[in-house]
Design a protein around this ligand. Structure first.
Ligand SMILES: Cc1cc2nc3c(=O)[nH]c(=O)nc-3n(C[C@H](O)[C@H](O)[C@H](O)COP(=O)(O)O)c2cc1C
Length: 288
């Protein structure tokens, strides 16, 4: 897959046609998940379930912003065993599937949830694994006006028909810093040294979908390492924050690895010692 192009084309789709997704297409998604899908922590056991439009009624009240569920012909539900980095891993896997859907001309939208047990009960999922990520998908309506979210506040997310434009994203200059958080100036020189390829990877990261479009993260380049930093954000819940971190890691890694080869992330304390403002946290770091 051409990750740069897919990432630039992807956007959340919230309106779908009635066209059914053919069984052969669903089988291709399943086969991709089994054989090719990127994983952050491959040791963690996961399982993919695909549901039809009857899941909408069942999911009503269990998933979606303010329980506003996107009606779609199909839903992907990723199950995962519990464990360290399980949420980040789920974000990474589901976003790779979202980009696979984009590649297959299918539209999709991530869906938030808070209670795995509630979703499992609603969808009659018997597995011992926990619900880790949900996305709606299908053939998107190709219209000038699209449903987009208007985030007024956490409790007031308005979903209405607006002339389509992309949910605004923070620029690379607003999310990548040199040595200390907030220090942008020498980054352009550093990125320039990599002949723009590093910039493409950061650009891909800046386009990552995130919970409520909060983009509660950034990067610091220091001592030849690149560290993903979590920004404190009162709106982002724990699960959605970690899913969003997995998603941004997938965006950066899939593009950077096209020229840098396999990228090894170190998590937790190994992420490195950085002078960060209070409440900020070094999540993971790598060397290219
Ligand atoms: C973890 C997560 C949960 C999300 N939950 C919802 C949701 O419940 N309903 C919805 O309409 N969009 C949801 N979104 C989509 C975001 O609102 C969307 O990615 C963001 O506004 C940026 O827009 P874009 O995806 O078009 O770039 C979610 C995104 C993430 C990453």
């Amino acid at each position: 897959m051409n990750y740069s192009a897919l990432i630039q084309n992807r956007k959340s789709v919230r309106e779908f046609t009635d066209k059914k997704v053919p069984a052969a297409v669903l089988a291709e998604i399943e086969a991709y998940y089994q054989k090719s899908c990127k994983r952050l922590v491959p040791e963690l056991k996961t399982e993919l379930c695909i549901f039809g439009d009857d899941a909408k009624e069942a999911l009503e009240g269990a998933a979606g912003y303010n329980q506003f569920l996107i009606g779609a012909p199909q839903y992907l539900v990723l199950l995962s065993e519990k464990g360290e980095l399980a949420e980040e891993n789920a974000g990474y896997i589901m976003e790779d599937l979202v980009l696979k859907l984009t590649d297959m001309d299918l539209g999709s939208c991530w869906l938030t949830f808070t209670d795995s047990a509630k979703v499992k009960e609603a969808l009659n999922i018997a597995s011992e694994l926990e619900v880790a990520a949900i996305a709606a998908f299908g053939y998107g309506v190709k219209a000038k006006k699209r449903l987009r979210i208007n985030i007024l506040s956490m409790s007031n997310v308005d979903i209405s028909a607006k002339r389509h434009y992309f949910d605004p994203k923070r620029s690379v200059e607003d999310m990548v810093f040199m040595d200390t958080w907030g220090n942008y100036e020498p980054v352009s020189e550093y990125i320039g040294f990599f002949d723009d390829m590093l910039w493409e990877a950061f650009y891909a990261a800046s386009l990552a979908p995130s919970y409520l479009n909060r983009q509660a993260y950034g990067f610091v380049i220091h001592d030849s390492r690149i560290t993903l930093v979590r920004r404190p954000d009162a709106y982002t819940t724990e699960i959605d924050g970690k899913l969003s971190l997995g998603i941004v890691l997938l965006h950066f890694t899939s593009v950077a690895s096209e020229w840098a080869g396999k990228i090894q992330w170190r998590f937790g304390q190994d992420a490195g010692v950085l002078q960060l403002p209070e409440g900020y946290e070094a999540v993971a770091s790598c060397v290219l």
